[in-house]
Design a protein around this ligand. Structure first.
Ligand code: T1G
Length: 699
């Protein structure tokens, strides 16, 4: 018997216990152990029923993702599940933690399922570019109904114990100790002489689905509309459709074929890379896991504007009391009202209960004076982007905030080291750069200053996790990682429309690649006046260098076309609509600008547009890695996927560069340098990897 899975009999129940930390992934050893234990239990004359339970923090959390892409090792999971389902003795799954993917498929092959109320039940394979490959697409619909199963399988989102009990996925929720409760449940099964219920034999829900012939096509349309080129969910629908159109074993065979297709797809390789990259980003090489952190029980946010309000909501959403501070009572009042409105709209959409909203609002206290930060463990400043103002505030915070408090700035452009130097405790100062809307966007750039100590850094990372954010540690430079790359992307986009393209052509290429929006629609959403002010400021300071990228944007702003907020920018917007409509006036303005700049417009291919938008970002990221501003290429990918909507099924800009081939990216960058100048000078790392045949992500 493998040491990962044990078998022992407790009275008339054969108990199979798995123990493969940290998440009981169904690796080869566990599958082997399960197969052997099932055989032993079935052969055990004293055992009237069997129970499968896991040690540690969770029931099987799925197949071992690290095994994907490697030669498959026997026994396969489907084989093990067939042995479970065909057992002549009832087999009960006892579930706690996260029964995900292959783990839930093990439970579905069992004849009965019980669990604790806090358990989560899910088939998240679609998030890995896969689909359930061990019967989940055929058994779950038979058990809970085709439509609820389609929802779980195409979204990959789990359901809780109560919902599982309600829809029949769980037969019973046990109170107290799971093992005791599950043993009692199994004994009742025996006492009541209940037979093994094989889900493969259930048909009621199939008849129901047969009555809705357009069910699957409607689902495809809905999914395709928001998939942005990610094929995973569509494959899931194809597999589930087999439940209605094919006998069980043929449905299983179809699922298997679709699974194999997904397994070798680039999209799944990208999404599996992102899975591990999202876990890697939390690890800071010189800040060990056990670095002491401040237990943040109270936060304070300075500045009750849009960002400040969103940041305060993050504290409340994490169950942390927070004081929202603003020296201007009207701004403070408006800030609190906006927070209340945001929560109320979430309640109205049914995504939050009124009770939970009240609980969160109760955690947010308005504070009029800076003194209000006194009791906070973590203070986050989110005032206007002005260095003198920020330094003045941090100077005051230095005396008002608790000596052990962590002081953070939400600046997106200013030098965090200079701000830290305005205090006597630069070791406790760092940047926490949220993305707008701060209560929605998952990304949080945690800016490590030259003097930031490991403790405050680890504290900020821990708070990010509690807020449900993806915290990525970055160094101090202009625009940190995300915006610094974005500047290269928007610069080239501006040049492309001077040289021959139009905003709608560029945006179509970028959305076709999988981003939610192109650079011009994004500019209109953010407001063109922000960039206009920065360019004017830099012009006045004489800090503008190289070819100017603001000719068209300046002319639009001079015409008060600031984007969605003025219903006109690069596009025009119908009343009450956010849909960008190409505007002949803008086209005329662009053609006139090219003429005034003496640029002969030319046809620009979609390929060139994609390369000129993505490659400057990749090149800049290579410089960022050269400078150590980002710890890993995979961090850059996580930043762009969670902060800028880069499609996860393409793995992020650096994974994409590896997919295209670093050499061909380098060659293209060199070509663009010849044509457009040293703004395209290849980064050392890009050159080095291209010459050595290396990759950014090491795969
Ligand atoms: N395989 C391999 N390693 C895994 C793993 C898995 N399935 N799940 C987690 N880990 C590692 C993870 O990399 C990390 O490692 C450590 O465990 C702790 O994870 C046939 C095809 C279960 C909710 O998609 O969602 O089954 O960084 O930091 O926040 O149909 O992990 O410490 O070295 O995430 O408490 C389907 C994936 C697989 C679930 C726990 N299953 N896992 O979250 O801890 S496909 C999944 C999770 C499949 C079948 C198909 C989460 C979690 P390290 P963690 P956590």
């Amino acid at each position: 018997m493998s040491e990962l899975v044990t078998y022992e009999r407790q009275g008339e129940i054969g108990v199979i216990t798995a123990n493969n930390p940290p998440v009981n992934a169904l690796g080869q050893g566990v599958r082997q152990g399960l197969a052997e234990a099932i055989a032993q239990g079935v052969a055990d004359g004293e055992a009237k029923a069997l129970l499968i339970i896991c040690e540690g923090r969770t029931f099987f959390a799925g197949a071992d993702i690290r095994e994907f892409g490697k030669p498959p090792q026997a026994p396969g999971l489907p084989e093990v599940l067939d042995a479970i389902e065909s057992s002549p003795k009832p087999i009960v799954a006892a579930i706690h933690g996260t029964a995900f993917g292959g783990g839930l498929e093990v439970a579905l092959a069992c004849h009965y399922r019980c669990g604790v109320a806090s358990a989560q039940f899910g088939l998240p394979e679609v998030k890995l570019g896969l689909l359930p490959g061990a019967g989940g697409t055929q058994r779950l619909p038979r058990l809970i109904g085709v439509e609820p199963a389609l929802g779980m399988i195409t979204s990959g989102d789990p359901i809780g114990g109560k919902e599982a009990l309600a829809n029949g996925l769980a037969d019973e929720l046990v109170e107290g100790d799971l093992r005791e409760g599950a043993l009692a449940f199994a004994r009742r099964i025996v006492a009541e002489g209940k037979p093994p219920v094989k889900i493969r034999d259930l048909t009621a829900s199939i008849e129901e689905a047969k009555a809705k012939p357009s069910l699957f096509d409607d689902y495809r349309k809905r999914i395709a509309a928001r998939a942005r080129g990610n094929l995973s969910a569509l494959r899931c629908i194809d597999a589930v459709e087999g439940v209605v159109t094919l006998p069980f074993d043929e449905g299983i065979a179809r699922e298997r074929a679709l699974f194999q297709e997904a397994l070798v797809s680039d999209q799944s390789a990208a999404l599996r890379y992102v899975f591990f990259a999202e876990r890697e980003v939390a690890k800071i090489p010189d800040v060990p896991k056990d670095t002491p952190t401040l237990d943040v029980k109270r936060g304070a946010v300075l500045g009750a504007g849009t960002m400040g309000g969103g940041i305060a909501m993050n504290f409340a959403n994490a169950g942390i009391a927070v004081t929202l501070v603003d020296v201007n009572p009207d701004v403070l009042k408006r800030g609190m009202e906006i927070i209340e409105r945001n929560y109320a709209s979430t309640v109205s959409k049914g995504r939050l209960s009124q009770e939970e909203m009240d609980k969160r609002m109760a955690l947010i206290t308005p504070g009029e004076g800076l003194e209000a930060v006194a009791g906070a463990d973590l203070v986050i400043e989110a005032v206007f982007e002005d260095m003198a103002l920020k330094k003045e505030i941090f100077g005051k915070l230095d005396t008002l905030a608790r000596p052990d408090a962590v002081l953070a700035t939400n600046t997106s452009t200013l030098d965090v080291n200079e701000i830290a130097a305005a205090t006597s405790r630069p070791g406790q100062v760092l940047g926490m750069h949220f993305f707008s809307p701060a209560n929605v966007m998952r990304l949080l750039e945690i800016v490590r200053g030259a003097k930031t100590e490991p403790g405050p850094l680890a504290t900020a990372m821990a708070v990010a996790r509690r807020m449900g954010k993806v915290g990525a540690v970055v160094g101090v430079c202009d625009g940190f990682v995300g915006n610094r790359m974005l500047h290269q992307y928007t610069r080239e986009a501006a040049f492309l429309i001077e040289e021959g393209a139009l905003p709608q052509q560029v945006d179509k290429v970028i959305t076709g690649f999988g981003l939610p929006m192109g650079p011009f629609a994004m500019g209109d959403l953010a407001g063109l006046d922000i960039g206009f002010r920065v360019r004017k400021h830099r012009k006045a300071q004489g800090t503008l260098t190289g070819r100017y990228a603001g000719h068209v944007a300046d002319r639009l702003c001079e015409m008060e076309r600031f984007g969605q907020k003025t219903s006109a920018g690069y596009y025009r917007y119908e009343k009450g609509s956010r849909a960008p409509v190409p505007d002949p006036d803008v086209e005329a303005l662009i053609l006139k600008t090219s003429e005034e700049l003496g640029i002969a417009r030319r046809n620009i291919s979609d390929e060139e547009i994609l390369a000129r938008c993505l490659y400057p970002m990749i090149n800049e990221a290579a410089k960022i890695l050269d400078e150590g501003i980002a710890l890993r290429a995979s961090d850059v990918d996580i930043i762009w996927i969670n902060g800028y909507g880069f499609p996860a099924h393409r793995g992020g800009p650096m994974f994409h560069a590896d997919s295209v081939g670093v050499k061909s990216v380098y060659d293209a960058v060199c070509e663009f340098q010849k044509e457009h100048g040293d703004v395209w000078k290849p980064a050392n790392l890009l050159k080095k990897l291209a010459e050595e045949g290396g990759t950014f992500t090491g795969r």
